[in-house]
Design a protein around this ligand. Structure first.
Ligand code: BGC
Length: 461
């Protein structure tokens, strides 16, 4: 509780500080981390259509594997990077992540055989998982408290932009069928992340924990405004660090409950099917009778809806609150998914023109509803739910749960389509979204305008 109060105090003293240049750079780093996350996960959707030009016909399982092996890498990366960041610092961990990113995407781009591509997608996954964990951690520690929340949502916007950019690249390269360049272009933001990070300082919080307070003081003077109480902030970090919890503390009753809610949000975010659409929509549309370019163009439209509605969500999230957005968004997902399922049920797996138009509109309703609710709200809530002393560990558990659930859905989706048909699969996602809605309605408190301490009380009820 002490740390919560101290955290709130720091928020109020920082409230009058101008947002300095340092924050602009920090935001740029967030943008690159999110962009890479989005690009590397989204790009495969288009690349899948052309892998056969180099490797011959691939089975559904092989396509699932090349898509989802990245996600196993991400779960491992999120776990390993959290530890590495504690051990050697946030800055070197992000630098290593950028190097792994670059090596992975170049390896994928030049893959001589399919098995090599699989290994490289795993390597890219390590970097995606690592950055999904360490970049927000770093931002949270370097940014002034006042802008932390905004930066968390900004991260989700960067993810959706990365996905959109990957769709545009996929569409632009579709006539040349150049899947290698689709993968390889991600080297550009990865190199930018490396160079950008070289100009950044280590997180002051980590420096204090590593007993390097003079360095921490120097960094804080650089990243805070002139009249900021640097020694006060250092004392605060020191006292929080001394009460730091262990993984075992996650099992204390009050925290355990919040942890279960965080894991449930993570799992629901994935088992309601978002990434089957993000990764496989072109494959699905192609099988439903679209040409490759038309399928990729429809995908671009979906990517624009995703970005657009994320912007709306960021605008609304502190006004109408997280709970309203979550419940409205999840209801919209049920509507979109049920419509898609009905289109396939009535029209069969090969769609006529009117069927295809309705399917695309329903896809947009579904993606837009995710983008206004479960997309940003999950990442925001897991950064708000936990007391500071345990936050890093709890967030890493939720992040790993998110990547693992993503893996399970992605590895089984094409097989599921074959086994229970398109209609059956989307009815299943619609049903799971309904369960999610019921669960959220019962268990998710409104956290808008609540102090962290009040959130804890709400969750313990
Ligand atoms: C999810 C990703 C998903 C993305 C789509 C994120 O919140 O964690 O799995 O691909 O949203 O925009």
């Amino acid at each position: 509780m002490k740390d919560l109060i101290q955290n709130d105090t720091s928020a109020s003293t920082a409230a009058d500080e101008p947002i300095g240049q340092a924050v602009v750079f920090t935001s740029a780093i967030t943008a690159l981390g999110g962009l890479l996350f989005g690009y590397d996960t989204g790009v495969v959707s288009g690349a899948l259509l052309f892998l056969h030009t180099s490797f011959g016909n691939l089975s559904s399982f092989e396509l699932e594997l090349v898509t989802s092996v990245l996600l196993i890498g991400a779960a491992v990366g999120a776990f390993g990077a959290g530890r590495l960041a504690d051990l050697i610092g946030r800055r070197p961990t992000i630098l290593i992540t950028a190097v792994v990113f670059t090596a992975g995407v170049l390896g994928a781009a030049f893959a001589p055989v399919f098995a090599f591509l699989i290994v490289m997608r795993f390597v890219i996954g390590l970097a995606v998982g690592s950055s999904s964990m360490v970049v927000p951690l770093y931002i949270g520690e370097v940014a002034p408290p006042r802008v932390r929340g905004a930066l968390v949502s900004f991260n989700q916007l960067a993810i959706t932009m990365g996905i959109l950019v990957s769709y545009l690249v996929d569409y632009g390269l579709s006539s040349s069928e150049n899947w290698r360049l689709m993968f390889g272009l991600a080297a550009i933001p990865a190199i930018l992340l490396f160079v950008g990070m070289l100009t950044q300082a280590e997180s002051p919080a980590w420096l204090v924990r590593a007993k390097r307070e003079d360095d921490a003081r120097r960094v804080l003077k650089r990243v805070r405004s002139k009249d900021h109480d640097v020694d006060g902030e250092i004392a605060e970090i020191r006292s929080v660090a001394s009460s730091e919890g262990s993984y075992r503390d996650l099992l204390e009753p009050a925290i355990r409950r919040a942890l279960i809610v965080g894991i449930a949000l993570a799992v629901f975010q994935q088992i309601t099917g978002i990434n089957t659409v993000i990764y496989y929509a072109p494959t699905l549309l192609h099988d439903a009778g679209f040409g490759n370019s038309a399928a990729l163009l429809a995908n671009v439209g979906n990517g624009i809806v995703n970005v657009g509605m994320t912007i709306v969500a960021i605008w609304l999230i502190d006004r109408v609150g997280r709970r309203v957005l979550l419940l409205t968004g999840t209801s919209g997902m049920v509507v979109g998914l049920t419509t898609i399922a009905l289109v396939f049920l009535i029209g069969g797996d090969h769609l006529s023109t009117p069927g295809a138009v309705i399917a695309i509109l329903a896809l947009a309703i579904y993606t837009g509803s995710f983008a206004i609710g479960l997309g940003p709200v999950f990442w925001l809530l897991i950064s708000e739910f936990y007391p500071l002393r345990i936050r890093g560990k709890a967030m890493s558990v939720a992040t790993i749960a998110n990547w693992s659930a993503n893996f399970v859905v992605t590895i089984s989706f094409l097989t599921l389509l074959n086994a229970i048909s398109n209609a059956g699969t989307f009815f299943l996602f619609a049903f799971l979204s309904l369960v999610a809605l019921w669960y959220f309605n019962r268990n998710i408190p409104e956290t808008k305008n609540l102090s962290l301490q009040e959130i804890e009380v709400q969750l313990a009820k």
